[in-house]
Design a protein around this ligand. Structure first.
Ligand SMILES: [Cu+2]
Length: 349
């Protein structure tokens, strides 16, 4: 795997994405961590020196997998004998023991490689927990104290989990150009669209059988806003990470305005700017059985300076709040250098 020189270090993961088989293959265990290491002397010393634990949590639900296989008429997958109890395994193990030393900071690289509903809600009894990064991108206000990491399905995050030790020093990463802050940017004309997840479709439209028809279109250099109405579904976007702008579910402070994500559950305004890669950008529910059933759409990134939106076909949804959020959104800025994102699309997702 070759990454651009300016790719930010971080914790990622990869899984298969064959449409119609994503949930079966990913749920069956075809998941792996992808760690992008930082060069020396980039991270604060307390983080750089910390013991590191890769914590790849995966939902093992054989009953659901068998049902998925039956629904998809997959003749290859079969569970024989007694089904193991549904559980979350960590690094492939059930109830593994991770030893840490009292008073020392530990860097947890946490991946919730889930393919169904439900957040991971990671907490460590008796330990302080501070957020360092989400979705493979460092936050700007480390150390952000959190009680629980409500990691949504498909997401990776990095925590530092200590036990009463010296205070962590504040640190703001220097962001590469493709992660330029968009909070104060003004969205480009016509580039603010609404994306709704509901009833195994996006804006009322199931994933098109031609695999070509796109929902929204944008272009290189545009400042793009999306009013996300995902309800309980984790909205996931390929290629370009997006910045949380307004109207967010903060999950008790875990999410802050300006955070970079590639997955977000709930309602709110997000912003991104395509900077290098043109063509298809997939968006989908990261409950992969929903994605397989049609809750996925294509955004097209062109070069002609034109944005288009496809309105929701649902009709009856309450959009007033969303519109209010859009009007009240200030503006930020960001731009993604595509090399990274390309790799993300091709390899990580
Ligand atoms: Cu969903």
């Amino acid at each position: 795997m070759t990454l651009a020189d300016n790719h930010m270090g971080g914790t990622h993961w990869m899984h298969p994405h064959r449409h119609g088989s994503s949930s079966l293959q990913t749920g069956g265990g075809a998941v792996s961590a992808v760690i992008v290491e930082d060069p020396p002397n980039i991270l604060p010393k307390q983080v750089e020196d910390a013991k590191e634990v890769i914590f790849l949590a995966h939902l093992l639900d054989m009953e659901e997998l068998q049902e998925t296989a039956d629904e998809s008429s997959d003749g290859l997958f079969a569970v024989n004998g007694n089904l193991p109890q549904t559980s979350v395994v960590v690094n492939g193990q059930f109830n593994p023991i991770i030893s840490i030393v009292a008073g020392e900071w530990v860097r947890f690289r946490v991946i919730w490689a889930s393919w169904l509903e439900g957040n991971l809600n990671l907490s460590v009894d008796g330990c302080e927990m501070h957020l360092l990064a989400k979705d493979g991108i460092y936050i700007r206000d480390f150390p952000r104290s959190i009680e629980t990491a409500p990691i949504v399905p498909g997401v990776q995050t990095t925590n530092d989990s200590p036990i009463q030790t010296q205070n962590l020093e504040a640190w703001t990463p220097s962001y590469p150009e493709y992660l330029t802050d968009l909070r104060s940017s003004i969205p480009s004309p016509g580039c603010t669209c609404t994306t709704e997840f509901d009833r195994r479709a996006v804006n009322g439209i199931p994933f098109p059988s031609d695999k070509e028809s796109y929902l929204h279109a944008t272009y290189l250099g545009a400042i793009v806003d999306r009013n996300i109405e995902s309800r309980g579904h984790p909205y996931h976007q390929h290629i370009y990470p997006f910045q949380l702008i307004s109207g967010l579910n903060t999950f008790g402070g875990y999410n802050q305005i300006g955070d970079w994500h590639d997955t977000y559950t709930g309602r709110g305004l997000i912003r991104f700017s395509p900077t290098e890669f043109t063509g298809k950008m997939m968006v989908h529910c990261h409950r992969l059985n929903h994605e397989d059933e049609g809750m996925m759409a294509i955004e097209n990134i062109g070069t002609d300076g034109t944005c288009t939106c496809t309105e929701s076909q649902n009709g009856g949804l309450d959009n007033e709040v969303i519109i209010g959020i859009a009007a009240g959104a200030g503006a930020l800025v960001f731009a993604i250098s595509a090399y990274v994102l390309y790799r993300k699309r091709k390899i990580v997702k």
